[in-house]
Design a protein around this ligand. Structure first.
Ligand SMILES: [Zn+2]
Length: 352
């Protein structure tokens, strides 16, 4: 979705510009904002005391955090076993959630951990939270905001609020391009409230490697792009011998950078960039990824004409089987490491 669809709050631009460097611990940022808004010595003193207390109890020796993480993982495992009709721990489950004109993918790892890539729009935030909870998820261990557009992060503040959250990854965007939108602000505020921090996503990072499952960041390769879309965090999930590529809204310039840096983009399943728009899934990139299956996340009769007919033809000519959330609702890929089994027409997140 183009940035003009986001609400611009000019009067708060100064506050936001101070927030550019948001890759800091929450209480540090909260302290600055509170200090500015109230400009009161008392407030500053209280905030510093709170920060000290938070430091002592939250970060001292890490023991309380470890206990919580273990509890959540074992709880999540139990829940997965209880819902054996839809999943077993022998398979990795990848849900391409039907959030209408937006993006959201939920990955349930064999370990019981969960990854959420994007969270659709604000309009479906409640439905998204309920949907994920109904699947038995109580903790999002890895939360990826591919880029700060409303069709990707619109529902993310609610997700942060409603779930136990592990690590959060976002692209680092140059100050002058950081959006000053209510949607983005709400997300940062919610992250602040929970005392979470954001990790800047960069090409070459491995988020985790666990047995046969691995999760890596392939983009953004560069620190400077013309549009926000190309800062999209591109991730690759490896499940044994099978690979899934999630490209957010990365456009051709990012695709070119991944290829020129010799990123190993080759994957069995490609979540097409930018909802199947002509700005993405270039011929060269498609050739490099060489998928057997592609998934396009887009809304029914959307205003943008997504997916682009040229891209659909390109995929067809490359013998790629295409799944679309607008016509096939939520799509689930189950991977046991050697084969991928795809189910379409699962319940959509949005009302249709
Ligand atoms: Zn988008």
């Amino acid at each position: 979705m183009a940035s003009q669809h986001l609400i611009y709050k000019a009067k708060e631009a100064k506050i936001f510009s101070r927030r550019q460097n948001h890759f800091i611990l929450t209480f540090e940022r909260s302290k600055k904002v509170a200090g500015k808004r109230k400009n009161s010595l008392l407030t500053t003193v209280v905030t510093v005391i709170v920060a000290i207390v938070a430091t002592v109890f939250g970060f001292n020796n890490g023991k309380p955090k470890e206990v919580n993480a273990t509890d959540s993982v074992s709880q999540s495992n139990t829940q997965r076993q209880q819902s054996a009709s839809t999943s077993t721990a022998k398979e990795t489950l990848i849900y391409f959630l039907d959030v209408g004109q937006g993006d959201s993918e939920l990955i349930r790892l064999k370990t019981g951990e969960n990854i959420l890539i994007d969270a659709g729009t604000k309009e479906s935030e409640k439905e998204l939270v309920s949907y994920i909870k109904e699947l038995g998820v109580s903790k999002i261990d890895y939360l990826i905001a591919t880029h700060p557009h409303a069709d990707h992060i619109g529902g993310m503040a609610q997700v942060v609020k409603q779930f136990d959250i592990g690590k959060i990854y976002m692209p680092k965007i140059p100050d002058k391009q950081v959006p000053t939108t209510v949607t983005y602000e709400k997300l940062l505020t919610e992250i602040d409230k929970k005392g979470l921090k954001i990790t800047a996503a960069k090409a070459g990072m491995t988020i985790f490697q666990n047995g046969t499952e691995k999760f890596e960041i392939l983009a953004p390769v560069s620190t400077k792009y013309d549009g926000l879309n190309s800062y999209s965090v591109v991730t690759k999930l490896t499940c044994g011998g099978k690979k899934f590529l999630f490209t957010g809204d990365a456009e051709t310039d990012s695709e070119k950078d991944m290829i020129s840096k010799n990123c190993d983009v080759k994957s069995d399943v490609l979540k097409c960039g930018h909802h199947g728009s002509s700005t993405s899934t270039s011929t060269a990139f498609l050739k490099a990824v060489n998928p057997t299956t592609a998934v396009i996340s887009c809304g029914v009769d959307n205003d943008y004409g997504h997916p682009n007919k040229k891209i659909l033809n390109r995929l067809e000519n490359a013998n790629v089987k295409v799944y679309r959330t607008d016509s096939q609702n939520t799509i689930l890929a189950k991977c046991d490491g050697s084969s991928i089994n795809i189910t379409e027409n699962l319940k959509p997140v949005i009302k249709k």
